[in-house]
Ligand binder design. Structure first.
Ligand SMILES: [Cu+2]
Length: 259
């Protein structure tokens, strides 16, 4: 009897932090979602949380009521295995969780990849900073070499001065992107594994040395958002932050021209 009561109290205590949170019902406990994909991830997260929450409460209450009912009987009753019931809920659980997983992977696969009119920006991570490179008016990136890399000399990418295509490349410590346009980020690391994380995008992407990892984003809302490194990458990891500045296309063009 006491065990049943304890189970009910524990179940309610587990639900209380969610139910009592003032923003719970309208998912206002999340940071702003600034892309369509982010909204879809939130929706998926909400569904998963609700389904698991309702099942959790229902099953705990069922367990508690079974314990209470059995405790009222004087003698122990032998347990009969109802194989059809067992099979039923096992199959139901499998179907439910496979459906949740499929819905999640569909959301993930919907992230668009298009080529035309896309702005490509290189993201170069190193201990413990982010750098960003944009092609200039010629629309092409210049060649880079490791021996040209110089943080103090203002050339963190190692742009080779011998390559004319790189003369107009723009390098910054904050990431500026045009609003309303597809942006392809090419993520690279100079040393160890870092992770590009913007919570408003709901996206984390590892940045692995020796690889060029594409990440496409599309922002419809101007604003400034924090970029954090989400991979423990060394002593200065906590300071490895930058800013994502989403700006209207005209402002972006003007900024790129240096006006
Ligand atoms: Cu890092």
């Amino acid at each position: 009897m006491l065990l049943g009561l304890l189970l009910v109290i524990l179940t309610l205590a587990c639900c209380a932090p969610f139910a009592l949170h003032p923003a719970f019902l309208h998912a206002g406990w999340f940071p702003l979602a600034i892309t369509n994909e982010a909204l879809q991830y939130d929706r998926q997260f909400g569904w998963t949380l609700w389904i698991c929450g309702v099942l959790f409460v229902a099953l705990q209450l069922l367990l508690a009521s079974t314990i209470v009912r059995r405790s009222k009987r004087a003698a122990a009753i032998p347990v009969e295995v109802e194989s059809r019931l067992e099979l039923g809920w096992t199959v139901a659980a499998v179907v439910l969780f496979v459906a949740i997983a499929l819905a999640g992977s569909r959301t993930w696969a919907k992230v668009p990849v298009r080529d035309e009119g896309r702005e490509t920006i290189e993201v170069y991570a190193h201990q413990f900073a982010w750098n960003f490179r944009y092609s200039g008016p010629d629309g092409r990136f210049g060649r880079t070499t490791i021996d040209q890399i110089s943080d103090s000399g203002g050339n963190p990418f190692g742009i080779d001065p011998a390559d004319k295509r790189g003369a107009d490349d723009v390098v910054t410590a904050t990431l500026r992107v045009p609003v309303g346009r597809d942006v392809l980020l090419i993520l690279k690391s100079r040393d160890v594994i870092h992770d590009f994380f913007v919570r408003e995008l709901r996206t984390k992407q590892d940045v692995v040395p020796g690889m060029e990892i594409p990440l496409e984003i599309h922002l419809d809302r101007a604003g400034e958002y924090e970029i954090a490194c989400a991979e423990l990458c060394g002593l200065g990891h906590s300071q490895m932050r930058s800013l994502l500045i989403a700006m209207p296309q005209e402002d972006y063009d003007r900024w790129k021209r240096g006006e």
